[in-house]
Design a protein around this ligand. Structure first.
Ligand code: ZN
Length: 151
């Protein structure tokens, strides 16, 4: 299996079986966003325990790239602080913004460098229109974190 096939499998797995799907009963933060270019919609609920994300729930509809990216993101942010999530978001955006030949800085020896399943989305870089799909969940996430607490 080529790396590209492997990445495609990971994306489809998250699309078919989205992680942390649904809503929280009493989220601390909630935000929603759309990508009108593709018709993607994502809503994110976050609950904190102290300064760490204790629960996350994602709902939405749209293409496989938008929904799988949000599913992977929901797994990656659990237990993280707002600062750590902002750092992760920056690394994800860096990965998506560099061209295919560039070193994307995912050296596993670098602390915290591993993006896990999210690395499967790096092939999307070749399709600029789809980058907006992959980025939607992250934009909504930052909006939720910067919003007024609900509770
Ligand atoms: Zn899309």
């Amino acid at each position: 299996m080529s790396l590209e096939d492997l990445y495609r499998e990971v994306i489809l797995d998250h699309y078919r079986s989205p992680r942390n799907k649904g809503h929280l009963d009493s989220p601390d933060f909630r935000a929603e966003g759309v990508n009108p270019l593709c018709g993607d919609e994502i809503t994110i609920d976050l609950a904190f325990d102290g300064d760490q994300v204790s629960q996350v729930a994602i709902s939405g509809q749209g293409c496989s790239i938008s929904q799988s990216s949000a599913s992977m993101m929901s797994e990656a942010i659990k237990g993280k602080t707002k600062g750590e999530i902002e750092d992760l978001t920056k690394r994800f955006r860096d990965m998506m913004s560099l061209d295919g030949e560039a070193d994307i800085g995912l050296d596993p020896d670098r602390p915290g460098a591993v993006l896990g399943d999210l690395e499967s989305l790096q092939g999307v870089r070749k399709y600029p229109v789809r980058i907006k799909c992959a980025s939607l969940g992250w934009n909504v996430l930052l909006e939720a974190l910067d919003g007024e607490p609900l509770t």
